[in-house]
Structures are given as C-alpha cells and as structure tokens.
Design a protein around this ligand. Sequence first.
Ligand code: NAD
Ligand code: ZN
Length: 557
Amino acid sequence: MTEHARIFLVGFSGTGKSAVGRRVAALLGWAFADADELIVERAAKPVEQIFADAGEDGFRALEREAMASLAARTRVVVSTGGGAMVQDEVRSRMLDAGLVVALDARPESVYARLTSLTLGEGAESAEVMVRPLLDAASGDPLERIESLKRERQWAYALAHWTVPTDGLSVEQAAHEVVRAWARFGAARAWDGDPAVAATVTVESGAYPVFVGWGGLEQDLGRRLAETGFAGRAYVISDSNVTHPYGRAVQRSLHKAGIEMGLFTVEAGEKSKSLATATAIYEWLAERRVERADAIVAVGGGVVGDLAGFVAATFLRGITLVQVPTSLTAMVDSSIGGKTAVDLPVAKNLVGAFHHPSFVFTDVSALATLPARALTEGWAEALKHGLALDAGLLDSYESSAEALLALDPEITTEVIARNAAVKARVVTEDERETSGHRMLLNYGHTIGHGLEAAAGYERYLHGEAVAIGMTGAARLGVLRGVTPPELAERQAALLDRFGLPSSYAGVAPEAVLEAMTHDKKAAAGALRWVLLEAAGRAAVHRDVPSADVERIVRELAE
Ligand SMILES: NC(=O)c1ccc[n+]([C@@H]2O[C@H](COP(=O)([O-])OP(=O)(O)OC[C@H]3O[C@@H](n4cnc5c(N)ncnc54)[C@H](O)[C@@H]3O)[C@@H](O)[C@H]2O)c1
Ligand SMILES: [Zn+2]
C-alpha cells in the first residue's frame, strides 16, 4: 500500500486544489506539494514568464519533470495545475502512482472563486491558462470558463473519484477527499500495510484510523515514530491478548527504536476498575513516566477503556494509541475518545474524554477472537449499516458468508467502512450535544434495560443490542415510522449473523423498570432512535409507553 500512498488533486482552476490539498495532507499526516509551485521554483521564474519565454510546450515539459519527481514520493498530497490531467504522460503517471481525485465546481463557482479567491487564501495563485483568460479583453469570462472546462472535462472524468465542491467549505471538501482515499486505500489494504480508513476531527485536533489486514508488527512502531513521538511507550494489554498481539506490538516498537514496557491485566470486565487503574498508575509512577510518553492500549473494549482512562488521567493526560483487537473495539470503542472504568454500582460511571493520537486496527486479530465475542461485535457493526449507512447495509447482505468466514479483503473493507461511520458521527457530534451521536444508540434503550435486568451475566452487550434493535424496529413499524420490509431485512440479517432477537429468563417488568433508570432516558420521557429508512435513523420523542410495554413483552420468549 505504501507505494500507492499518494493523492493527486486534479481539476479546473478555482476548485480549491491547493487549499483542500493542504488540509487533506494535515488530516492524513502526509506532506503537501503544489506542482505549479515546484515548477516555478525549479525554473526560478513565475509561470507567466515561463510561458512568455518557452511557450506552453516549455511549461508542459517542466510540468512532466515536476510530476515525475512528485510521483516518486510517498505519503504526499499533490495539487496539480488545471492542465496537468490533460497531458497523456502526466495523467497516466498519476493514475498509476496513486489516487487521483478531481475537484469539480460549476463554472459560476469557479468564476466567483477566481475573482474573489474565497476557497483558501491565494489558492491556485500560480494557476496558468485561466487567469490570463480572465484578464483578456475580449468576450465574457464566464463563457470562456465554461468552454475551457467543457474541453477538459473528458480528462477530469478519468480521475478515480470526483468531489463536487459547490457549497462545500475547504474542510468539508478535504473530508470528502479523505473519504475517497479511505475507500480506495481500504480496498487494497488487505495485502499491504494498514491504510487510513477514516479521520476523526475533534476539538483537540484530528487523528487517523488505520485499518488493514496484518501489519501490526511491521507498521505500528513506525507509525508512532512518524508522528514525531520521541518518548517511551507503555503497552497495556490483557491475559488473552498479550500473546500474541501485545508482544507483536512490543517488537514493532522495538524495531522503531522506541523503548517500552508491558502491563498485562486479567482479561474481563472486572479489570475495568479503579483498582486496576491504580495498579497501572503505580507501575507508571515507578517507571517515572513523563508527559512525553505514551500508552498503547492493545485489546478489546475493556483494555481500551481502562488504558484510555489511565492515559486521560495520569499526569493529567498523556499520549494514547488505540490498538483494538476485538470486533467491538474495532468498530466502536476505540474510536470516539470515550474512556471509563466501572464502579460496583454501575458500569462506565467514572470516565473522561481522551482521544488517541491514532487508532491502528489489524483486522487479522479477529481470527483468534472467541466466537461469541465475534458474533456480539457484529451487532454494533450491523447497527452502523441499519442506522447510518445504507451501502454498508447492502454489503452485509451481499457478503454475509465472506464476513462470517473472515475473508481478509471483504472483512477489512467492511471494518474500514464501520470505522468511517463511527468517525463521521464523532466528528459531527464529539460530546453528544447535537444529538447526532445519539443515533449510535439505536437498539440500546431496550438493550441497556435488558442487560441491567439480567444482571450483566446472561446477555453480552451486543446480544442485548440485537434484541433491542428488534424491539426498536417493531416499535418503528407500530408507529408507522419504520417500513415493515426494513424490519424484515434487519431480522434476516441478525439471524444470519447468529444474533438473538428475543429474550428469556428475565421478566419484562424488570426490563421496563431498568429502561427508565437508564442514563439515556431524558427527563422522564424516553427518546427513541427509530429507523426511518435503510441507513437512516432519527430520534423520536412521541412514543407512547403503552406501545413500548407491548413490544418489550412481545420480545420475551
Ligand atoms: N468507549 C466506548 O465508546 C465503548 C463502546 C463500546 C463498548 N465499550 C466497552 O467495551 C467493553 C467491551 O469490549 P469487548 O467486547 O471488546 O470486551 P473485552 O475487551 O472484554 O474483550 C472480549 C474478550 O475477548 C478477548 N479478546 C480481545 N481480543 C482478542 C483477540 N484478538 N483474540 C483473542 N481474544 C481476544 C478479551 O481478552 C476478552 O476476554 C465494555 O467494557 C464496554 O463498556 C466502550
Ligand atoms: Zn453499544
């Protein structure tokens, strides 16, 4: 994958290639290069002068040379001149060497941007061909933009991906490009090192989620070193995961020249406690851990939440890297910055928001995950498709067998897409204030009630969520919100992935009682996340308690 780690932004002038390119590079942690700037630098004269001295042919020759050297670099975002894609040699070089993304815009937007440079200060300042056209005395500039754009459209259409930028800010356009990279990168990642599947943008900055099949030992240490990290790393893992994954991470850090230590906690939810956190604090203090050091959490959600909580609180916060090894952790808990420990009275009662520097997911670790934990994890993954991503929902239906067999390529793609869904929601609503993150609670109202009523013994979280989604879908159908066919699609999927859709051994009254105690209950009235269409959920407040009672009773076997 690394040999393809390049993005070329092509497209007409005034589509924001430089400004967007700079932002994409920042989001991915790559370098940025502006092809026109390189040409100017090498020729040691401005573009207009190159044209005046050597004509367009002279400029194109310089452009070919510049592109050849840029295409030899890796982890770079290159913004190109508006004419680059039209040159056969340059075009095929870019298409071979990386992902080519065309930024498109309507001629009116191009005109507006070229005359006001709204999309980034000084964007495309070295752009050739169009500015002279705008300056020319004759004809209507808008018409000239239209005709030149039409002339070049065939070449832009050969890009791997096109992002229409009308109405988008630089930030939004950059995210679209990163998303395109995620799709392209993830699709090839299974036979190479993990690629960026998503970028989470939060108040404290942006961080990437790498997803690949394999690569833990080869790449993790290098990735950490590449962030400029110069401290020591403290790996926290559990008794099921230390061998082989904690050790692989250690070797990877060692290879990258990073000093490290390893702390192994007992596997299981019981370790998500203040007592274990204290033991880790003491261990870190003995080693004189400093703020420049990092905690690397290698394991499922228990290790991620616990080690994350320690990283959030020790010395008021040190660097954290999440290396999820369970399906739940890969698609859910490692992304989003929520860390916590349990108190005897309730789970996750003490916690903090603390985002990692990056998330590194080696999907191949799922091969050793116990079957029940794997099945449980699919519940949250299916939820992402049902509530937020119709395309993902289609993938579950078309690829269920391959996913259940952990086919490397398809599973990696699907986990990458799940990471992207979670990352998008967290980016839109970091602290659960706008209500968007609430959509991730689809199936959780009944699910949490059932878990609590059953004393957290009988049902794993994902199993309870599967039953909760069944309840929410039936409630949605009853209220006329959820199309019945969609509820049937969901039921068929849960069944195919081996998830339950009804409960036993718990009294419906106890479930109802526990539901009203759940922290997600807003001021007496429960808010319900209901499916309105495939991949589209919304919060509903007007659900009568009689309907809820009826559904919760129906779900009992
Ligand atoms: N922070 C969040 O946003 C968030 C979201 C969801 C869940 N959670 C938390 O996550 C926890 C549940 O996560 P979980 O289901 O991963 O539990 P877990 O960490 O206990 O992992 C499940 C089991 O699988 C083992 N395991 C993990 N990876 C393995 C691998 N690759 N091979 C073999 N064994 C492996 C673990 O040792 C454990 O026994 C809960 O505490 C929950 O509260 C947090
Ligand atoms: Zn959940």
